[in-house]
Design a protein around this ligand. Structure first.
Ligand SMILES: NC(=O)c1ccc[n+]([C@@H]2O[C@H](COP(=O)([O-])OP(=O)(O)OC[C@H]3O[C@@H](n4cnc5c(N)ncnc54)[C@H](O)[C@@H]3O)[C@@H](O)[C@H]2O)c1
Length: 327
């Protein structure tokens, strides 16, 4: 049995989909709380059609979580817990830090307990490039060089979750990999993240808010590449941290000009002041994932954006209504 927490979220959906496509038995867990609830329901329906076993439960509620998992009556051990549930988003975390600590730290502890209680073999934690904070020199981030002063409650919650997971791995037989994702994008992506918002606004001739001068860079990584890395990382022994990023940072302006080419429409950019919790660039050094996991991200920015634009166009009617509500 495999558990995927956050299965109705963006990455959890793609991961669950891939596991189900490989005929694996997946227990998905999610409390369906994100802002794009219609999108979460859409993702969950796709997974249910493929046979996911779904639990609607808040992982911070330990008693309820344990009760519901026991009620599923599965026999045998949990092979892997892919723990992707949590509150994402650097800027939002500044507004509601307590919620981020509760969901990302307590939620992780509860899932680590489930993994050890049910003799889990491996635990894969969704961490984030945010743990690196602002680096002085513009060089790729290496796993052992994190900022000890996280720049947001979100970054702190991820760094803390990593440290706790390391402890669990040390005191039990659980193998843990902590994966630092770098700006993941793709079909059915998050509506609070830039790429899908950019696509929606360009197609509908709406202005696009760019914070800062637009030359801040992100190591945009296509979701299929991320899922390949997540699955490979479940095979490691002991505790390891891996960067999962394309290792090819692009500026926000470059993303917009690529989208302009794909959609064949000029984006209307409106510049806003830089947000203090935003870093100037992210850039993954992926030597470790390449060598230990044999992981090689293969999707170019242009191909990944094309796939995302096509998905938006095919689902435009209902996905647009989400943006109309949140804008
Ligand atoms: N998308 C990215 O670029 C990115 C980058 C770095 C790290 N991450 C991390 O990867 C993970 C997945 O990210 P995502 O983009 O798919 O986010 P997402 O918001 O789409 O998915 C998270 C899911 O977790 C669920 N969830 C949250 N709190 C929960 C709780 N207490 N109990 C049960 N379910 C809960 C939400 O309902 C949601 O479906 C997150 O932990 C995020 O912090 C994502």
């Amino acid at each position: 049995m495999i558990i995927v927490t956050g299965c109705s979220g963006f990455i959890g959906f793609h991961l669950s989909n891939e596991l189900l496509n490989n005929n694996l038995s997946v227990l998905g867990i999610d409390n369906m709380i994100s802002s794009g609830n219609v999108l979460q329901n859409w993702r969950l329906e796709q997974l249910k059609a493929k046979g996911i076993n779904f639990l609607d439960v808040d992982i911070t509620n330990k008693a309820e979580l344990n009760k519901k998992i026991k009620e599923t009556n599965f026999s045998g051990v949990i092979s892997t817990v892919y723990h992707l549930a949590g509150l994402a988003g650097v800027r939002q975390s500044v507004l509601e830090p307590k919620n981020y600590y509760k969901n990302n730290i307590m939620g992780t502890i509860n899932m680590l307990n489930i993994a050890t209680e049910f003799s889990g073999e491996s635990f894969v934690l969704a961490s984030s490039s945010s743990v690196y904070g602002s680096q002085k020199k513009r060089i790729p981030f290496v796993e052992n060089e994190t900022s000890e002063i996280p720049q947001s409650p979100y970054a702190f919650s991820k760094l803390f979750a990593e440290k706790i997971s390391r402890d669990y791995s040390n005191i039990s037989s659980l193998n843990v990999s902590s994966l630092r994702f770098f700006t993941v994008y793709g079909p059915a992506g998050r509506v609070d993240m830039s790429i899908l918002k950019f696509i929606h606004n360009i197609i509908n001739d709406y202005p696009i808010n760019v914070f800062g001068n637009g030359f801040q860079e992100r190591d945009f990584t296509y979701v299929k590449d991320i899922c390949d890395g997540i699955i490979k990382s479940s095979q490691i022994d002991g505790f390891e941290i891996f960067n999962l990023g394309s290792s090819k940072p692009y500026s926000v302006i470059k993303v917009l000009s690529t989208l302009k080419e794909i959609i064949n429409k000029e984006p209307k950019i409106e510049y806003l002041p830089k947000h203090f919790a935003d870093v100037d660039y992210t850039w993954a050094n992926i030597d470790k994932a390449k060598s230990l996991l044999k992981w090689h991200p293969s999707t170019s920015l242009k191909d990944g954006l094309e796939k995302t634009v096509n998905w938006y166009k095919n689902n435009k009617n209902w996905i647009s209504s989400i943006f109309e509500k949140i804008n």
